[in-house]
Design a protein around this ligand. Sequence first.
Ligand SMILES: Cc1cc2nc3c(=O)[nH]c(=O)nc-3n(C[C@H](O)[C@H](O)[C@H](O)COP(=O)(O)O)c2cc1C
Length: 327
Amino acid sequence: MIDLSTSYMGLKLKNPIIAASSGLTDSVEKVVNLAKEGIGAVVLKSLFEEQILMEVNSLKMNNMFNSYTEAENYISYYTREHNVNEYLKLIEESKKAVDIPIIASINCVSAGEWIQFAKKIESAGADAIELNMFILPSDPRMKGVDIENIYFEIISQLKNLISIPIAVKLSPYFSGMADTMVKLSDTGIGALVMFNRFYNPDIDLMSEKLTISRIFSVPEENTNNLRWIGLLSGKLNCDISSTTGIDSGQAVLKNILAGAGTVQIASVLYKHSIKYISEILEQINTWMISKNYSNINSLRGKLSASNIKHPVIYERAQFMKYYSEHN
Ligand SMILES: Cc1cc2nc3c(=O)[nH]c(=O)nc-3n(C[C@H](O)[C@H](O)[C@H](O)COP(=O)(O)O)c2cc1C
């Protein structure tokens, strides 16, 4: 009997596969269906700071109200409450409908007013909160350390307000990656989610216009996760959840062997439907049986840099050997 159960930020999961925050997790019905297909936990679609601001602005632009300050204040209040209330309802109803952990998600770029929402999210029954934080370091006048301080400030304010576990979902764009990840893990968060994937720009040569590149990931994108999870596993004071490019049971196993405790998937479920969850679980089971493993936790970090004799491949980034063999 294969035991896939694990713990994530102290929450009990029947297996390490989490539905990543996306359009696949934005309604109670979808959460129920994911649970029926055997998912270990769900991260709900993010509540975006941006989304709230956009609604406020579009109402103003539609001239639904004159721009009296009082009316503007009302609109701001209404749209904020409306969004939040919908979201709180989603949490409450999802919690009632399924018995797997429900993780709320907030997209944030500053330590602003939204932090108060987190209290309501906790009261609505969310098992944890995932912070989807991305501050594009594109302003040449802003120092790296100042950007990083925003992350620490958000976490510190949130930690003072709520007591459910906090996961921090990050981009791979940190110059001092190991240092920053270790310091973040020392803030008392429950997990680092490595790494979020973003809409990236592309250029359409026919129309000579800027467009959006692939919305869904490809498996090759996961190799960057293997590097950083492999290097950092055993050095962080929190759990690691891996996301981006995980498209099969084999990919789940690789991330766990590198040191992740759980994985978060979205693209593969968009591509194959949520029915694919059972296939991923089956692939994990089959491999574990063939290798005589009975417990998924015994694999965690087995091939991390700290646990192998020659971790040089994790560090090797240049192609010296490749050039010598492929000329
Ligand atoms: C359509 C779509 C919507 C997404 N929405 C969110 C979101 O609201 N919040 C978030 O943190 N991540 C969001 N993501 C990112 C996913 O949660 C996930 O981390 C990322 O897609 C990498 O996993 P994958 O390679 O399995 O797709 C979204 C991804 C997709 C494809």
